[in-house]
Write a protein that binds this ligand. Structure first.
Ligand SMILES: [Zn+2]
Length: 461
């Protein structure tokens, strides 16, 4: 299924600019002013509702998390769940990350403020670092000047009120202690920098400096994400690791008799210790060879208030040539027949659970599935896919969806990784080898770390 969606919406607002039509222009100005008043009271605007007002066109690429928006003459690229966007090679900031909600796209209204209202004071900055060499550029539509206040401490002034949006202060920038808005001006305090020069032109000033990380800062950058005054310690992120099967349920049996339950436990334990070393709190649904009912797994995750849920499995196929990893998220429907079979196979254990399962997996239950975490699960799956691809190709299309009972009921982004096929001779050997398991785990852990970093603001609310 192609996930490109192209939408073209027509204009209901006259975009022309005829100087003779002054009343028309007045009306437009009034509409615009009203719009700004309305917008200033909310955080994000609905793209779908909004494009009706303009002759805008957008396309969404779910696989790449990319939204391309063409306004009258300008093209912007947004990244879903990120608070930055691009216009050409220039990067801009949003107050809030772009999100997909209820089949709509929400974009922070400071995007509109910037591109609809015209001239303003300091409206943006960007930071580029190559090793220790950094440039920090500040933009204004109006004139700009710099005043040195002290050692590594500057005031950048413009002729209108600075408006940067709060996201500016969320991320740590190398060599910058803090950035503050003071009326029309911006206060910047640098730290750990050895060389500093700056250039100014009418609408931009650029600081160039060398940054020397201190040992203390290296540690704090590795362990925390800073959000304004708040600092997120990774310890508060609870990653649930769920090695599939266990005890009386062996899972898939490999070509030489290797059992899925043992392989996934070894991988799960390695993943747990890697993530713990990164600073995260890790909770395992099982850390030994015992049986955990499917429903019990997401229950553990919810009870412990997990941030994300990762179920680890190894695949089975009647075709010994089948190979590669797959990543699944929960959905009411399966992406294809193969996905349906994998789900049926993983759900099979229900029969071992000594319970009356009549109706448990029926359509009423599945119809209750909320897609609240679907987009986030897809994002997480996408990142893991990207990293796992560096060690081997996926099995067909890497991200699939199906009715996985183990993922059902988890109130957090939840995915299931089929790490490879135990029924493929080479993959069975790999999956049962400590060095390959380590490689696999380092890629998954890296992807999780990036996912958390991208979404860190959600975890401190
Ligand atoms: Zn399994």
């Amino acid at each position: 299924m192609d996930k490109h969606v192209d939408v073209m919406l027509c204009s209901s607002l006259d975009a022309g600019s005829n100087p003779a039509a002054s009343t028309k222009l007045m009306k437009k100005v009034l509409v615009l002013a009203l719009l700004i008043i309305i917008l200033s009271s909310i955080c994000s605007f609905s793209l779908k509702k909004y494009v009706n007002e303009y002759d805008w066109k957008y396309s969404l690429d779910i696989q790449k998390n990319k939204l391309t928006l063409s306004t009258n003459g300008d093209t912007f690229t947004f990244l879903i769940n990120e608070s930055i966007y691009y216009k050409g090679i220039n990067i801009y900031h949003l107050d809030e990350a772009v999100t997909i909600e209820n089949n709509d796209i929400l974009i922070s209204d400071n995007f509109l403020k910037q591109w609809v209202t015209g001239a303003k004071g300091i409206y943006n900055f960007d930071h580029v670092s190559k090793r220790n060499n950094c440039t920090f550029s500040i933009y204004s539509h109006l004139g700009i000047s710099i005043n040195k206040l002290g050692e590594n401490y500057y005031e950048v002034s413009s002729k209108a009120k600075a408006d940067l949006g709060k996201s500016y202060f969320n991320k740590p920038y190398p060599g910058i202690d803090y950035i503050k808005i003071k009326g029309q001006n911006l206060l910047i305090k640098f730290k750990y920098i050895t060389v500093l020069k700056y250039n100014i032109d009418a609408k931009k000033c650029v600081f160039t400096y060398k940054y020397e990380k201190s040992a203390i800062e290296k540690k704090s950058i590795a362990g925390n994400y800073s959000s304004g005054n708040k600092t997120l310690n990774k310890k508060i992120i609870k990653i649930i690791i769920d090695p599939g099967h266990g005890g009386k349920d062996p899972g898939a049996i490999g070509i030489t008799g290797i059992k899925e339950k043992n392989v996934v436990l070894a991988i799960g334990k390695k993943l747990a210790s890697t993530l713990q070393k990164e600073g995260y709190t890790v909770i395992m649904t099982r850390n030994k060879d015992f049986f955990v009912p499917l429903r019990g797994r997401s229950k553990i995750a919810n009870k412990r208030n997990g941030s994300i849920f990762i179920s680890i499995h190894a695949n089975f196929s009647y075709n010994p040539k089948s190979r590669g990893f797959e990543i699944y998220y929960l959905s009411k429907s399966a992406s294809d027949d193969e996905a349906r079979h994998v789900a049926a196979y993983e759900n099979n254990v229900i029969q071992l659970e000594n319970k009356s399962t009549g109706g448990l997996l029926n359509d009423i239950i599945w119809s209750m599935i909320s897609n609240e975490f679907e987009n986030e699960s897809i994002l997480l799956a996408g990142l893991i896919t990207k990293h796992l691809k560096t060690i081997g190709p996926p099995h067909g299309r890497p991200i699939k969806h199906a009715r996985f009972y183990v993922l059902y009921g988890a109130t957090m982004p939840a995915i299931l990784i089929e790490t490879g096929f135990l029924t493929n001779r080479k993959e069975e050997k790999n999956l049962n080898t400590a060095s390959y398991q380590k490689k696999l785990v380092s890629k998954i852990a890296k992807a999780i770390d990036i996912y958390i970093e991208k979404n860190y603001r959600k975890f401190i609310q």
